[in-house]
Design a protein around this ligand. Structure first.
Ligand SMILES: *[C@@H]1O[C@H](CO)[C@@H](O)[C@H](O)[C@H]1NC(C)=O
Ligand SMILES: *[C@@H]1O[C@H](CO)[C@@H](O)[C@H](O)[C@H]1NC(C)=O
Length: 201
């Protein structure tokens, strides 16, 4: 009997060693599995926000450019404004403004007039951060010159204003929120004055 009990005890103690070993192994596996789960979901959210690629950092792109800076400087920096500034390429391609030509003594007044006119179309007297624009639902604003602006977000999350798509959003200059646009927000009449036909007349 004594040897039998001893055997049983030995068996249990051996088994418990195995049980403890198995328990620890399963725990370790579960821990590894659990700790890998949040990483996976982090990856998904990071990829999701990268896909919209908004907001982007203006400093990486070399700032707003001469004309963008000129436009923002026309607004008081202590009041809430949002301005949809044309990108450097849009200033050059659409408004024909070039830093080396448009800032010369004979052209700077005309340049200033163009930039202030665009500001009138493209600035609203309130803060409109990217996050405040609803998905696929249009919201309307009056610009500071009374031009109607329709803002929405496209399927990919891009901010769109009057059909003009954004390049970078949510840059701050004091109290002004700046969104960089891939085009120029302006009325049809003003747009006409930049068409090649108009220049030929
Ligand atoms: C200004 O620069 C552009 C290219 O960026 C060039 O084509 C043009 O000739 C230059 N104009 C003057 C006046 O230097
Ligand atoms: C630009 O405007 C200033 C001030 O209004 C004026 O004194 C100057 O003559 C203008 N320059 C040109 C080239 O028209």
């Amino acid at each position: 009997m004594k040897t039998f009990r001893k055997r049983v005890r030995r068996f249990i103690s051996r088994n418990s060693v195995y049980l403890v070993f198995i328990f620890i192994s399963v725990s370790c596996l579960l821990l590894l599995f659990n700790s890998s789960l949040p990483e996976v979901s982090w990856d998904i959210t990071t990829v999701g926000s990268h896909e919209a690629s908004l907001p982007c950092r203006i400093s990486d792109e070399g700032g707003l450019g001469e004309f963008g800076d000129m436009m923002v400087a026309m607004l008081p920096d202590d009041l809430a404004f949002t301005v949809f500034v044309p990108s450097k390429i849009a200033f050059e391609k659409i408004l024909h403004l070039r830093a080396n030509e448009s800032l010369t003594k004979e052209n700077v007044n005309n340049t200033y007039a163009i930039v202030s006119r665009v500001l009138g179309f493209a600035a609203i007297p309130r803060h409109l951060p990217y996050g405040a624009v609803p998905m696929r639902k249009e919201i309307m604003f009056d610009s500071i010159s009374g031009f109607k602006l329709y803002a929405w977000k496209d399927f990919d999350g891009t901010l769109v204003v009057n059909g003009v798509r954004s390049e970078c959003v949510d840059t701050r200059r004091a109290e002004t929120i700046v969104h960089i646009m891939k085009g120029v927000i302006m009325d049809a009449e003003f747009e006409q004055s930049f068409s090649p036909d108009y220049e030929d007349r």
